[in-house]
Design a protein around this ligand. Structure first.
Ligand code: AMP
Length: 288
């Protein structure tokens, strides 16, 4: 059967009501489209966890600053729908802006501190836009579970926080980052990279992996981050916004190895901004 495409909150709720009446469990996979293997891994995880999978496709204007790429963000709904149908998704909610932000819309969801740090420091209003739209999507659908990628690690932490703070009865499930063969994290914005930039791009993953290994082996985090930053600049990255080691749950200062830690980074290659992150793990014992 062709993938149903739902355009309005009423259509979304009617579909979910039918599934609920039939005793099904429902998972939601929020996306901005231009789907790739990372998104499809979320669909697979969702299909394994719930009996119905609803994907959302909404390029959320509230999370783009005026200087950012809202107008040129890659869009191909027909291709996305074909991928989702092949993957066995059960519905696609693809509303227009008016269905999400109706006339007089005036509410903002702000996650203090967490949303102002790292990405938030370089993209003012970004997490407010995300927190607002994710809250709306969760409240529209009220799924049993919603699925997000670790690729956007700070986003995941912000969403877990708001769901706990607002008592939204939805389980938040995380999926590991899907990477290209050379280590570059799959991302819709990778399409912006020139062939020369694409060749350099995996350096970001290598740089944060170096930091994670160094910290995992007991090395100095600040020094490792400074080295990684310099390596990226030497490799032709135009700008390095941050390379940081943080507590994996609070994103506050790390207390590794007492608590899990994460290395997060953002850097620019030409006009394309890439973000990535990896877990700090203990160095495996080596044979003598
Ligand atoms: P986006 O369309 O970029 O807003 O992403 C939608 C969802 O897909 C978010 O939960 C992302 O974290 C997730 N995602 C994006 N890229 C990847 C990836 N490479 N691996 C796993 N999940 C991803």
């Amino acid at each position: 059967m062709a993938l149903p495409i739902l355009r309005t909150t009423e259509e979304l709720r009617a579909q979910l009501r039918d599934w609920r009446c039939a005793g099904e469990s429902v998972g939601l996979v929020p996306t901005m489209g231009a789907l790739h293997e990372g998104h499809l891994s979320l669909v697979r995880l969702c299909r394994a966890a719930t009996t119905r999978t609803c994907v959302t496709l909404f390029v959320n204007p509230k999370q783009f600053a005026p200087s950012e790429d809202l107008a040129r963000y890659p869009r191909d709904e027909a291709a996305d729908a074909a991928l989702l149908e092949a993957e066995g998704a059960d519905a696609l909610y693809a509303p227009d802006v008016g269905d999400v932000y109706g006339p007089g819309f005036a509410t903002r969801v702000v996650v203090d501190a967490l949303g102002d740090d790292l990405e938030g420091a370089f993209r003012p209003g970004f997490f407010e836009g995300i927190a607002t739209v994710v809250t709306k999507l969760l409240m529209k659908a009220l799924p049993d579970a919603a699925f997000f990628g670790e690729k956007d690690y700070q986003q995941l932490v912000v969403i877990r926080r708001l769901v706990a703070d607002l008592d939204i009865p939805v389980a938040i499930e995380a999926a590991p980052t899907v990477r290209e063969a050379d280590g570059l994290a799959a991302a819709s914005r990778n399409a912006y990279l020139s062939p020369a930039e694409r060749k350099r791009a995996p350096r970001l993953f290598r740089a944060i992996t170096y930091v994670a290994r160094t910290v995992g082996a007991g090395g100095d985090a600040d020094r490792a981050c400074a080295d990684a930053r310099q390596t990226l600049l030497d490799a032709g990255f135009t700008n390095v916004d941050y390379v940081a080691v943080r507590d994996a749950e609070t994103l506050g200062p790390p207390a590794y190895p007492a608590r899990p830690a994460r290395v997060l980074a953002a850097a620019r290659l030409g006009t394309t901004r890439l973000i990535d992150n990896v877990a700090v793990a203990p160095e495996p014992a080596r044979d003598a």
